[in-house]
Design a protein around this ligand. Structure first.
Ligand code: BES
Ligand code: MN
Ligand code: ZN
Length: 484
């Protein structure tokens, strides 16, 4: 989508659809007030009203969108308003729309521009790749954003927002993609495409290479599948000197049947999204490539398919790992932590400033936090605080859980170094405790996105049923914080 920022009076410019975004109880422009019954529109959050002005103003259609109270206004308010506006344009089958922000908006122009672009573009997202009936509707291809001033800053924000939205779109497309097509091999190919496009150094290890190099965790999880596992490394800015090195590690289980500890059939189809962490890593890498951030960022994807079969790993098996630590497998459905163990250990070779993993790791995090927060655990309060702040700024909020030694004791095995489950209670935390055994002394944060990577209905205007692409906006926000 193309977005142009302008200063001026939107109501004087011809348009198929012009959107006035207004805070609660803001006075309406006189020309507009004359078209309404008083009090029909008060500007409450998400209130909207479509008007046909019939020549009273230049645009053919006027949409009023409420932003709610001025003192509660945030980037998220604009993101949601932009999504509603873009969807209205789509419903009305108009290809372009304009939106005017309040002239006295209490948000930095760059922040407002970014939020508008993210909301408008993501609000139009639909996963239609496998609809053979061609999409007949007019597509919304362009928008104009009217601001009170600081056009250049707002346009710079818009450009960042469009890049971010493209990264989220990539993550959503991968996570919505079916397990038969989005295989570990396909994730490796997606990484290679990014490498071509942005000049990243990309390494994709196949099964033979994983065997030769001792990735016993990824190999064990993948050994029951016909699809071969892959370990993927994407490096951005490796030549940059004196910049922080951040490792992003994504869980890439392209389908999680549970393995021999098989899951119930009910909604097992959703387990095609068990590579949502990997999708977020790839999406964030794409945004980095677009924004050319001066950082050294290493994206690591641990990918396998978790299948039951004659060759599958079994409950009771003791397996190795890249680190050399041994793992007693009590439940083959706790596979994410096993593949991540190899990826987290591998990350240490970069002597990173921070290691962050993203994983649809546990049902327990859904029980604990529901669909509105990412679960966070880690070994560095400084990193956790950065993530919490980035989460609030991006509105991909994280909530920290403790990782006390008592929890780590819960995953000690009697006969191996670790066991892969710690029982039902505190399941999200014991999973984090398991991962902690593989990060050494590096500052590390674990993000459990099992509750947030997928929604059954659009809980925000810029979501649709299915993958949310969560993690991309959070990580980009965090990484930009390391640059400033
Ligand atoms: N991929 C699942 C977690 C999950 C559940 C993600 C729901 C998204 C939605 C993970 O591999 C898993 O199966 N975890 C088990 C662990 C248990 C066996 C210790 C779980 O949470 O039930
Ligand atoms: Mn599982
Ligand atoms: Zn899983």
């Amino acid at each position: 989508m193309q977005i142009t920022v302008r200063v001026g009076d939107m109501l004087r410019e011809p348009a198929d659809l012009a959107v006035l975004a207004l805070v609660e109880d803001a006075p309406l422009p006189a020309l507009v007030a004359g078209l309404l019954e008083p009090d029909d529109f008060r500007g409450g959050a998400k209130q909207s009203l479509l008007i046909y002005p019939r020549g009273a103003v230049a645009p053919r259609r006027l949409l009023l969108i409420g932003l709610g109270r001025a003192d509660c206004l945030s980037a998220e308010t604009l993101r949601q308003a932009a999504a509603l506006a873009a969807q209205k344009a789509q419903d009305l089958k108009v290809a372009t729309f304009a939106l005017a922000l309040p002239a006295d908006l209490a948000l930095a122009p760059a922040i407002a521009g970014q939020a508008f672009a993210e909301g408008a573009q993501l609000g139009l997202y639909r996963y239609l790749r496998y609809k053979t009936d061609p999409y007949k509707d007019v597509e919304v291809t362009a928008a104009t954003l009217y601001v009170g001033g600081a056009v250049d800053q707002a346009q710079a924000g818009v450009n960042i927002g469009l890049a971010v939205a493209d990264g989220v779109t990539l993550a959503r497309d991968l996570a919505n993609g079916p397990g038969n097509l989005i295989t570990p091999t396909a994730l490796g190919e997606a990484a290679l495409v990014l490498g071509e496009r942005y000049g990243f150094a990309v390494t994709v290890l196949d099964k033979a290479q994983l065997t030769a190099q001792g990735f016993h965790g990824i190999l064990a999880v993948g050994q029951g599948a016909a699809q071969e596992p892959r370990f993927i490394v994407i490096e951005h800015g490796s030549a940059a000197k004196g910049v922080p090195t951040i490792c992003l590690v994504g869980k890439g289980i392209t389908f999680d049947t549970g393995g021999i500890s098989i899951k119930p059939a009910d909604s097992m189809d959703n387990m095609k999204m068990d590579m949502g962490g990997a999708a977020a890593v790839l999406g964030a890498m794409q945004v980095l490539g677009e924004l050319k951030l001066p950082l050294h960022v290493v994206g690591i994807v641990c990918s396998a398919e978790n299948m039951p079969s004659a060759t599958a790993y079994k409950p009771g098996d003791i397996i190795g790992s890249l680190s050399g630590k041994t793992i007693e497998v009590l439940n083959t459905d706790a596979e994410g932590r096993i593949v991540l163990a190899d990826g987290l250990f591998y990350a240490q070779r970069y002597r990173p400033t921070a290691i962050i993993d993203l994983a649809t790791l546990t049902g327990a995090i859904m029980v604990a936090l529901g669909p509105h927060a990412i679960g966070m655990m880690g070994t560095s309060q400084e990193l956790a605080d950065r993530l919490r702040q980035a989460g609030e700024a991006a509105d991909e909020r994280v909530w920290q859980l403790p990782l006390w030694d008592e929890y780590r004791d819960m995953i000690k095995s009697d006969i191996a170094d670790l066991k892969n489950t710690g029982g039902r209670y505190g399941g999200a935390i014991t999973a984090g405790g398991f991962l902690a055994a593989f990060v050494g002394d590096y500052p590390w944060a674990h993000l459990d996105i099992a509750g947030t990577a997928w929604v059954e209905r659009a809980t925000r205007p810029y979501y649709t049923k299915g993958a949310t692409g969560i993690g991309v906006r959070l990580i980009v926000q965090l990484l930009r914080g390391y640059v400033e």
